[in-house]
Design a protein around this ligand. Structure first.
Ligand code: GLC
Ligand code: CA
Length: 540
């Protein structure tokens, strides 16, 4: 809107996702709070060196889905703070020249939200049509075969009024009816509220689910061969989700959000929205930018999260996105978030470094997930410790493992909360050795690697804005690419393998960083990559 591609803050920023419940508890109730985020801002801005924070939900919530079931979109959960704490946090973030984007939940409310409490009182309620209601079939069965993404029917019978309401996720999250103009106005007003408070933008939650087929048609069966993971999803994966999400009318809603967000943008403060869109067909995915780039500034690109960790597959994701991006659109990459297993558990410690080098050297905005910078691993739980509703339904998909308290130091609870306090999820016991303090003292730690890389990116226009091109001819098990501007040619070379490989470069160069943190200086045209090593090289 104001500058050439790559120059707006959200295009060159590195975003860091804070899951506030698990970041820092400051009043010893075992739940992380906004004051805790405030206390850790120096870590984020100076020690680590990220540019923007995505704050996961902090709104009042009965915690059926830990903050994603909301009873008041314009308030702060008293356990996490107050609107004053929020304002203080935002102004401290801005004082550090950082940006803040917040989670904007648009698809559903809590079943305790006053709107829903009112809606379920009677079929004549003024708020009835704010949600999706439908009468049972003659047999009493739900209106159609749509399923909740967390398992079971998406329809819940409301005994008082004898109709079903629809919930894409838990039954405590009734979906809003976005076809009702009052809903639309009320929800846009929520965005206005936070924009007026000064946030720099939004991560629009479950954006893809916002509108469904108005005729409530049954989803057809999914006859394609299914992967073991998909099979574990059970019933949900037995259907093609043609009608229960992603209705094309949602594009009109995103245009409305975009107009609103743009109307609050100034040259000094361009605002921005990234949407949670789980689509892996690039042609479909790019539609969320809008035909005239007038919808989401970016749909999240989850291609690397689910990708088999092989060089050809990873290369395919990068080239797929590069090719699909319409002129003027800006891409992005993600390796993990609060819904996915931990990066270091998925790939192992060595490949987690390689993945971080990849994430922070590709063309497109990177989002880091809290704790991945110290290689936090999945937490392990006894059945009675499971908190996540999805995990309770299907332990295979439990998301608690990626939500354990941030590991700050070796003190009890990893410094997340005081000794003797029970954290809402127990800290991973490896906090005793894997923590920020210990890794700061170790020059070759994952944390120091990530810090160093973040500084390289922050000071490099080539990494932030330069063109991407695959370097052909990389040896088996390797993937390499160029990042270039008129004056500079960088190469990123990644060895996915446990064996040494030799990569021919077009010229010698200077090693700017290695994942092993033990080399610099010149390299000849033959770059020797050790097992699991990745390097960033300035040619010439
Ligand atoms: C989004 C959130 C996820 C939540 C779901 C339903 O996908 O990322 O954490 O469980 O919405 O509320
Ligand atoms: Ca607290």
């Amino acid at each position: 809107m104001f500058d050439a591609p790559g120059q707006l803050w959200w295009q060159h920023a590195v975003i860091y996702q804070v899951y506030p419940r698990s970041f820092q508890d400051t009043n010893n109730d075992g739940i992380g709070d906004l004051n805790g985020v405030l206390q850790r801002l120096d870590y984020l801005s100076e020690t680590l060196g990220v540019d923007a924070i995505w704050l996961s939900p902090f709104y009042p919530s009965p915690d059926a889905d830990f903050g994603y079931d909301i009873t008041d979109f314009k308030a702060v959960d008293p356990r996490l703070g107050t609107l004053e704490t929020f304002d203080a946090l935002l102004s401290e973030i801005h004082a550090r020249r950082m940006k803040l984007i917040i989670d904007l939940i648009v698809t559903y409310t809590s079943d305790q939200h006053p709107w829903f409490v009112e809606a379920r009182r009677s079929r004549q309620s003024a708020k009835r049509d704010w949600y999706m209601w439908a009468s049972p079939k003659q047999s009493g069965a739900p209106p159609n075969n749509w399923q909740s993404a967390f398992g079971g029917s998406g329809w819940e019978l409301d005994a008082t009024t004898g109709q079903y309401y629809y919930h894409s996720f838990t039954k405590h999250q009734p979906d809003l009816n976005w076809r009702n103009p009052e809903v639309r106005e009320a929800m846009l007003d929520v965005a206005r509220f936070w924009l007026a408070r000064g946030v720099d933008g939004f991560r629009i939650d479950a954006a893809h689910w916002i509108l469904k087929d108005p005729d409530l048609r049954d989803n057809p069966p999914n006859t394609a061969p299914r992967s073991p993971v998909a099979r574990a999803l059970g019933e949900y994966d037995s259907q093609l989700h043609l009608y229960d999400k992603g209705h094309s009318d949602c594009h009109e809603v995103f245009r409305a959000y975009r107009q609103l967000i743009d109307s609050y943008s100034t040259a000094d403060q361009p605002r921005f929205a990234v949407g949670e869109i789980h689509i892996f067909d690039w042609q479909e995915w790019v539609k969320f930018y809008g035909e005239r780039l007038d919808e989401l500034h970016m749909p999240y690109n989850f291609g690397l999260v689910g990708a088999a960790w092989q060089p050809e597959v990873v290369r395919g994701v990068v080239e797929g996105m590069e090719r699909a991006l319409p002129a003027g659109a800006w891409g992005n990459y993600v390796l993990g978030n609060h819904d996915e297993p931990r990066l270091a558990s998925r790939l192992g410690a060595e490949q987690a470094r390689l993945a971080t080098l990849l994430l922070l050297t590709l063309r497109g905005t990177p989002t880091l997930y809290y704790g991945d910078e110290i290689g936090m691993l999945n937490g392990e739980f006894t059945p009675d410790q499971i908190r996540d509703p999805w995990g309770k339904n299907n332990p295979l998909f439990g998301r608690d493992p990626a939500r354990t308290p941030m590991q700050w130091d070796a003190s009890p609870n990893g410094g997340f909360c005081a000794e003797g306090v029970a954290a809402w999820l127990p800290a991973n016991p490896d906090y005793a050795t894997r923590n920020v303090e210990a890794q700061l003292a170790d020059p070759r730690s994952m944390l120091n690697f990530t810090r160093h890389l973040l500084r390289l990116r922050q000071n490099s226009r080539t990494l932030q804005q330069g063109a991407y091109r695959t370097l052909e001819g990389a040896p088996q098990g390797c993937y390499a690419y160029y990042r270039t501007t008129a004056g500079e040619r960088l190469v990123v070379a990644l060895n996915f393998n446990g064996r040494e490989q030799v990569l021919p470069l077009p010229s010698g160069g200077r090693v700017l960083i290695s994942t092993h943190m033990d080399r610099g200086g010149r390299t000849e045209r033959e770059l020797r990559l050790r097992a699991h090593e990745g390097c960033l090289i300035a040619l010439g």
